[in-house]
Design a protein around this ligand. Structure first.
Ligand code: PAF
Length: 326
């Protein structure tokens, strides 16, 4: 274990109490995520940190780096791979650039609803994808969640796919998304999330797409007029640990970390549910004009040509296997 990777503090509590017990090392792990501490990522990461501390009697604790303090998600994943960051709670947006098999879950209109998405990610398909991360120097502990993505913009309300035509929209650095969005006539502009607020403010792009918890946490109501509940793609998230930490853990501690990630996932998903339930009213109060009844069928029809390409890349059977999960 390299000293530079961890802040190691010798906790000599027993010795200080006058008991002749060996010093217990405490390891402080750095965890990064893109949004604020009170957001869904903050809620999930806090539960993860509390659980590992509880489960290891304080031998492992965390220092949280929210709000993209350590860079965009692509940079944070890279840092975890290199071992310069211990943990990241990240969407799959840039993850397919590291673990290509994961890209399949970024296909627009693949998942019917939250229940379907969560069953797939927690079931065999999702678990196989977590296992694939190991080959690429990443330890996927559990799927958390970002949520279903919706479109915002400053030009016009989007009710059907043709309304999105010609809009310059920031997307994640994700080719699966970009290929799909092009079929709606959108001009996709990939950009790291930390640059997005300013880009919207300055009109570099007309809009963006993100789940309600992100739209709330990033205060996009300040810089975006229209919100349409397009639900056009599910955005999974995952807690990833650096293999350099994983390889140092005892079997019992590994189990504590896995359980902690599951508890984090439950808490993060609950926060997504709560934000979906309460967030629209808050965004309206902050001045956004919200289209709740979007013509989803028009988007599904528009994206048909991209599905032919997805089938070639990922295999029609694999796509059908995800769709078939009940
Ligand atoms: O739009 C994105 O890049 C992601 O949804 C975000 C906000 C970083 C959360 O994962």
């Amino acid at each position: 274990m390299k000293a530079s990777k961890f802040l190691r503090v010798a906790a000599l509590t027993a010795a200080l109490a006058g008991v002749g017990v060996a010093a217990q090392a405490q390891t402080v792990l750095k965890i990064g995520y893109a949004t604020s501490p009170t957001s869904h990522y903050g809620v999930g990461s806090t539960v993860f940190c509390e659980e590992i501390s509880k489960g290891t009697q304080g031998r492992y604790t965390c220092q949280q780096f929210p709000s993209g303090a350590l860079g965009g998600e692509r940079e944070m994943i890279e840092s975890v791979q290199l071992g310069t960051l211990d943990l990241v709670n990240t969407s799959t947006g840039p993850l397919g650039n590291f673990v290509p098999e994961v890209k399949i879950v970024d296909i627009p209109f693949l998942f019917r609803d939250y229940d379907h998405a969560r069953k797939v990610m927690d079931g065999q398909i999702g678990q196989n994808l977590l296992a694939k991360m190991q080959d690429k120097g990443l330890v996927g502990l559990a799927w958390t969640e970002n949520g279903f993505r919706h479109m915002t913009n400053n030009v016009r309300p989007i009710v059907q796919a043709s309304d999105a035509n010609g809009l310059k929209m920031r997307t994640m650095e994700n080719k699966v998304h970009m290929d799909g969005y092009k079929t709606f006539g959108i001009l996709p502009t990939p950009m790291a999330f930390p640059e997005l607020f300013t880009a919207l403010q300055q009109g570099t792009v007309d809009g963006q797409e993100n789940p309600i918890p992100v739209i709330l946490a990033a205060k996009f109501a300040q810089v975006q007029k229209h919100l349409s509940l397009t639900n056009h793609v599910y955005s999974p998230a995952v807690i990833i640990l650096s293999p350099s930490v994983w390889s140092q853990l005892s079997d019992a501690d590994k189990q504590v970390f896995l359980n902690a990630a599951k508890a984090a996932s439950a808490a993060q998903r609950k926060k997504v549910n709560d934000d979906e339930a309460n967030g629209i009213a808050l965004l309206r109060k902050d001045g956004m004009q919200v289209v709740e009844q979007v013509n989803g069928e028009s988007f599904r029809q528009a994206i048909t040509p991209a599905y032919a390409e997805y089938a070639k890349e990922f295999g029609a059977d694999n796509i059908r296997a995800i769709q078939a999960v009940q």
